[in-house]
Ligand binder design. Sequence first.
Ligand code: 13P
Length: 252
Amino acid sequence: MRTPFVAGNWKMNKTIAETRELVAAMKTGLSGVGGVEKVICPPFMALAEASELLKDSEIGLGAQNLHWEEKGAFTGEVAPGMVKELCGYVILGHSERRAYFGETDEIVNRKLLAAQKFDLTPIVCVGETLEQYESNQTRDVVMRQTGLGLKGVSAEFASRIVVAYEPVWAIGTGKASNGKEANAVVKDFIRPAIAELYGEQTAQAIRVLYGGSVTGANAAEFFSEPDIDGALVGGASLKVEDFVQIVTHSKA
Ligand code: 13P
């Protein structure tokens, strides 16, 4: 049995002061919602504050990115060891990083290896663009991103990886995919790509999330699908009521 997993990707939102407020509200809202691994991923600047506030809380903390090198002359970057001081999780290969910051599958893989070295649980994002979706390339894109992104880690670490299927056309558009279609991508493309690398047992053990315009209102549709184990939530993770509702639905 895979434990449900819901993560909130705050993206480039919330100052330290705003983080204080939102984390306090999340702690209250999520207290008592057990049986699901819940993680919030504020921006780097707010991680220290969030980590203080989340001490003694069941809510995990994640970063939205890291650099693969351990230290050195990489102006503006954040090393995995720095992330590890505050966080247990890290989002890797988000489509916004791929689209705006030139992240390739090879870069995502280097970052994954760094996450392994520093014992951070990675949430690796894969997903096709609208153009790729419309030209029936979903299978190729998602299998390639999964295969190249996830390769080369130990079998033990592999089963800890969380994959997020986020069709780019569904991100921030209000046009979510639907449960059946998203489940088919996870079942037919993502788990088989993992199985090719690490075998069927690991492919079945890994949590795979859906992301892209998830709300309190549509979350249950995705969670009722057998191969979807939770959600990576953007916009709705900034709204306490919505996020609590999503987390609550994920236990079903
Ligand atoms: P939205 O939930 O805002 O569509 O964003 C999804 C996402 O990109 C999470 O990483």
